[in-house]
Design a protein around this ligand. Structure first.
Ligand code: SF4
Length: 354
């Protein structure tokens, strides 16, 4: 705490008050996003939806559009569910106990502890990546942080060392210390105020801590998008409804494979159900078709490799289409919430958006 009290604090907009709605919002936005990237989003959300009831009453598409570019859209969907739960079950007033906060949809131990301590000064220690790193190094703990044993050890340790008189400051201090001094790469051990008692430093194992058991292997997914480029600047889209990546966002008609289609097996595209449902009677040879370059988007578990198959010509008539599709104009397309890959493609390739 001495270090925190005498260090230069990071000025962050959600730190300036104890508003639980704003603290919760910042925690959701920052879950998989850097502070520099998340801050403008936080400010836009607070301006557009000043209270949790305003957010709860917002149409899904508006919220997804405002979230566009942050990725991990399940966060936005869960955020809306939680806001509506608080509106409906708590009269729009954020609950003020750990147990009630923890019961909310989409809120786990970390977020419940953060809101309890930062908004209500309750004695709950937070455990995020920064805290795991500082504790594992300072105490020289080699138990993997993602094992059930490791979770118990670090939970008990963080709770034991929490400053019960100043839980909010303690939590902020240890997170800031991990973000600025005990960093993942090249920590400032030489100037670190804890270095004399740091076990990882004494055992020369700083760079190998914290340990993890799981090594995630990313799944490759190839997305072939059929994009109509009609002379009237109309195209075909659908809202993603399946329990999958980008749920609630809009994309083009899609054919997915596990591997890149080479020249010889491109016929798979024209044999696909997606293609056949769109143009059942038009031989592919009668259409002018061009392939885009590949676009890659990474998430925690998957690698999306997208290729846009551009079709010059009029969009198929709606009567032949399945209900899930709709024909829209370019100006309407710009208003929709889109995955980052599609946004990038639109800006650079298809219809450069000014
Ligand atoms: S001495 Fe290095 S590893 Fe130990 S707590 Fe300080 S910065 Fe972290």
């Amino acid at each position: 705490m001495f270090w925190y009290d005498h260090s230069e604090k990071r000025i962050l907009p959600w730190k300036s008050n104890k508003n639980p709605y704003q603290i919760w919002l910042s925690e959701i936005i920052l879950q998989q996003t850097r502070v520099e990237q998340g801050t403008p989003y936080f400010l836009r959300f607070v301006e557009r939806y000043p209270s949790i009831t305003d957010l709860a009453n917002a149409p899904d598409d508006d919220v997804m559009k405002l979230w566009q570019g942050l990725g991990y859209y399940a966060r936005a969907r869960n955020m809306l569910l939680t806001a509506r739960q608080i509106r409906d079950e708590f009269d729009g007033v954020f609950p003020d106990s750990y147990d009630k906060i923890y019961q909310l949809k989409g809120i786990g131990d970390y977020t419940a502890s953060a809101i309890s301590s930062f908004a209500f000064d309750l004695p709950y220690a937070v455990l995020d990546g920064n805290v795991f790193r500082v504790l594992s190094r300072y105490f020289g703990i080699e138990t993997p942080i993602d094992s059930s044993e490791g979770k118990k050890i670090f939970k008990a340790l963080s709770h034991k060392h929490l400053d019960r008189k100043r839980p909010a400051d303690y939590n902020q201090a240890i997170m800031d210390f991990g973000a600025t001094i005990c960093k993942p790469q090249l920590p400032f051990c030489l100037s670190c105020p804890l270095s004399d008692n740091c076990q990882a430093r004494a055992k020369n194992i700083v760079s190998s801590l914290p340990q993890k058991t799981k090594k995630l292997k990313k799944r490759d997914r190839y997305f072939y998008y059929f994009v109509w480029k009609g002379p009237d600047a109309k195209t075909l889209v659908r809202k993603r409804a399946d329990k999958d990546i980008w749920k609630g966002l809009y994309d083009f008609p899609l054919f997915e494979t596990n591997e890149l289609l080479k020249d010889l097996n491109l016929s798979n595209l024209w044999e696909s159900d997606t293609w056949k449902s769109l143009v059942p009677n038009t031989p592919k040879g009668e259409l002018s078709i061009k392939f885009s370059r590949t676009y890659i988007q990474l998430s925690t578990h998957q690698k999306i490799i997208a290729i846009f198959v551009e079709i010059s010509g009029k969009v198929p008539s709606l009567s032949t289409l399945e209900n899930e599709y709709k024909i829209i104009s370019l100006s309407e397309l710009k208003q929709l919430a889109l995955p980052k890959t599609i946004q990038k493609y639109l800006e650079t390739d298809l219809f450069p958006i000014g």
